[in-house]
Design a protein around this ligand. Structure first.
Ligand code: KE4
Length: 428
């Protein structure tokens, strides 16, 4: 087992000052047991903790590190920007360059507004859709996570067509009831919801591919059904590409599926590892934002020059290289290896992958929705997680998270990962 002396001391101190010792709950290892380690540094496909243990990293800071950690072009861009000032609160040229880049990558984006997180992006897009349509109800799907804005921390009501109730303390029931939570990949449920509520629905929000309950994919034609139902009802179709944007293709999941959302939300990769969110789409909707229109949205650090520099460097590098072909080849290699390792060990693992995103569910497959995913054996997953950690492989510390490969991973890294999995799977 890796030595953890300094991590344990740091976690004990963190627990005194920070709720749960972490600044974001998933980092607390509650999904797998044990305590988190503390990172000292990260480089390429590897992270090194404060006790000197190095791991091949398949979390990639939950998606942003598509080029690996401390990519020299991103570091250089941030250094060059920092010496010119770290924040202005006044328009700066990088914001215009970044807006142009996002529009070049994602043709459905006619106008874009930058903010500081994926949560801000989805929260703002929901408010914008409500202001544009003058309607209150929204639709989301169970198992999909869009950040921690109140309207989106809502679970399904008692029946499929009943309006939602809070999924977190502190979310007013009066607000939650405006959110309808439907099963994903269920065409009948979403069709019935529009039949029952259509003219009152401001927005439907869905992940490019649901990757916050592991990773499962839209059934053929499902995203197209959502777009048609939205169009017929005058509902704003919001495509949450915080995770899939610039990850699955230059144009994200909407490029893969040939969609033209009304609004799209971005985060993670768009900031090159620094705090950036963005939302954009139809200009006639976006122009309802202040200062042009009546929908207020703001942020002191929105368009921050350092974050814009990091994001620009990341998008430029993705545009300049055949990153997506590399990522898909590595994803294919990992998937094939993991399937063979599970079969050889006699362990039931359903491996689901799209490009460089993946999830190994410890259950029979296929996994098409949250209820399928919930069948997974979380005890086995936890044993697998810790076994892989002991072998120097860092996977997402929850069965209900996706894994990520970067362009810094090599075929040898993948082979080492598969060898470790073959060893660990025989022990669980
Ligand atoms: P942030 O506010 O964490 O930047 O983005 C929220 C968000 C929005 N939409 C999607 C599809 C997302 O996956 C996320 C955040 N993803 C999680 C990982 N499952 C972030 C990790 C964390 O919460 O610490």
């Amino acid at each position: 087992m890796p030595i953890r002396t300094r991590s344990d001391a740091l976690f004990a101190a963190a627990l005194e000052h920070i709720p749960g010792g972490v600044n974001s709950p998933v980092r607390a290892f509650r999904g797998v047991g044990g305590d988190p380690f503390f990172v000292d540094s990260a480089q390429g496909a590897r992270i090194t903790d404060v006790d000197g243990n190095t791991f091949i990293d398949y979390v990639g800071t939950w998606g942003p590190a598509i080029l690996g950690h401390a990519h020299p072009k991103i570091v250089a861009a941030v250094q060059a920007a920092a010496v010119r000032g770290t924040s202005f609160g006044i328009p700066n040229p990088a914001e215009v360059a970044m807006a142009w880049r996002v529009k070049e990558f994602v043709p459905s984006v006619q106008k874009v507004r930058f903010c500081n997180s994926g949560t801000e992006a989805t929260m703002s897009a929901i408010r914008l859709a409500r202001g544009f349509t003058r309607r209150d109800k929204i639709i989301k799907f169970d198992g999909c996570y869009h950040g921690h804005a109140d309207s989106l921390l809502v679970k399904a009501g008692s029946g499929a067509l009943t309006l939602g109730c809070p999924d977190s303390a502190g979310v007013p029931a009066d607000l939650a009831r405006h959110t309808l939570v439907l099963p994903f990949n269920d065409a009948d449920a979403v069709t019935a919801a529009f039949a029952a509520h259509g003219p009152g629905i401001a927005a439907l929000i869905v992940e490019g591919v649901p990757a916050n309950a592991g990773l499962y994919l839209p059934k053929p034609g499902y995203h197209e059904l959502l777009t048609h139902l939205c169009r017929d009802a005058g509902t704003v179709f919001i495509f949450d590409e915080v995770m899939t944007g610039f990850r699955l293709a230059k144009g994200g999941a909407q490029e893969l599926y040939g969609l033209t959302p009304d609004l799209s939300c971005f985060g993670k990769i768009i900031g090159g590892g620094l705090p950036v969110g963005a939302f954009g789409g139809r200009a006639d909707i976006m122009d309802h934002l202040a200062p042009l229109g009546p929908v207020y949205q703001a942020g002191t650090l929105s368009g921050n020059p350092l974050a814009m520099a990091a994001g620009l460097a990341a998008l430029d590098e993705l545009a300049a290289t055949d990153a997506y072909a590399t990522l898909d080849a590595l994803g294919r290699q990992l998937g094939a290896g993991m399937v063979d390792a599970a079969k050889a060990a006699g362990v039931t693992v359903t491996w689901q992958r799209l490009g460089s995103m993946f999830c190994g569910y410890f259950t029979e497959g296929p996994v098409w929705n949250l209820s399928d995913a919930m069948r997974s054996d979380r005890t086995k997953f936890a044993k697998f997680f810790h076994g892989m950690l002991a072998e120097g492989i860092y996977l997402a510390p929850s069965q209900f998270e996706a894994g990520f490969i970067s362009t810094a991973h090599t075929p040898d890294d993948i082979d080492a990962t598969v060898r470790a999995a073959a060893k660990v799977l025989r022990t669980i």
